[in-house]
Design a protein around this ligand. Sequence first.
Ligand code: ADP
Ligand code: MG
Length: 265
Amino acid sequence: VKIGIDAGGTRIKVAIAAKGSFQFMAFPSSELEQAAAIVNDLNPSQLCITGGRADALQAHLAQRASEMVEFEATVRGVRHLLAEEGRSETDYVVTNVGTGTSIHHVEGNRQRRLGGTGIGGGTLLGLARLLTGLSDYHEIIRLAALGKRDRLDLKVHHIYEGKEPPIPGDLTASNFGNVLSHLGEGKFSREELLAAVVGLVGETVATTSVLAIPACSVSTVVFVGSSFVQNESLKEVVAAYTKLRGATPIFITNGEYSGALGTIL
Ligand code: ADP
Ligand code: MG
């Protein structure tokens, strides 16, 4: 058994390679001991680790894990998962929406970090908590999917009332910029607030990714990271906004495990 671990700020991702296939598991980063106990029980013949919490996790592991640079691991994993899906892209942007967001250009076997933004999955959880009091990820994304953003977000066509706008009217002119115009109508629902937070995060990561493209002139953005786990509304916002801005979005199955997987390939 070979095991690869990506110990991130929020989630510990584990990839287990046995008998020619892979299995995946994830734990909250607060459960370092539990994750380590499971890894120790499997007594892997090869153990590799990456991510900001690698050293903290290593302290609980029964054997010495070799360490890999996180960006290198992520990109290796992405390359493998793309190939597994029968895709032939060799030149693209990878956007990893984890707690925060990191953006990379992959060209063949090389990768270069283009930049990032502090807006990511952690922003979704943090703002959700402040606005609604909710802190369960699954509850947050379930309610977000039921909400509409119309009363919170200001679209370009709201500003260019009846007039032909110089840019697509459906672009968001201002996330949460419509709030003040709807204060008289009573409270915003949790669903609306959460949908608007998903909109803010999704549009920001899509826009930042597309704006990073001129530095490498590709047209495809591969989105990975646990922020997309079961989060269809975030995927929808990111996909629509990436297309609206002229690039092609790709989401890959098990993309949240690309770092963990990349360490054992
Ligand atoms: P990191 O590598 O920084 O730990 P991840 O790629 O694991 O980041 O993504 C973390 C984000 O994934 C969280 O901020 C949250 O939005 C989302 N997420 C997905 N599943 C869960 C979960 N079960 N509990 C909490 N957050 C989750
Ligand atoms: Mg990460």
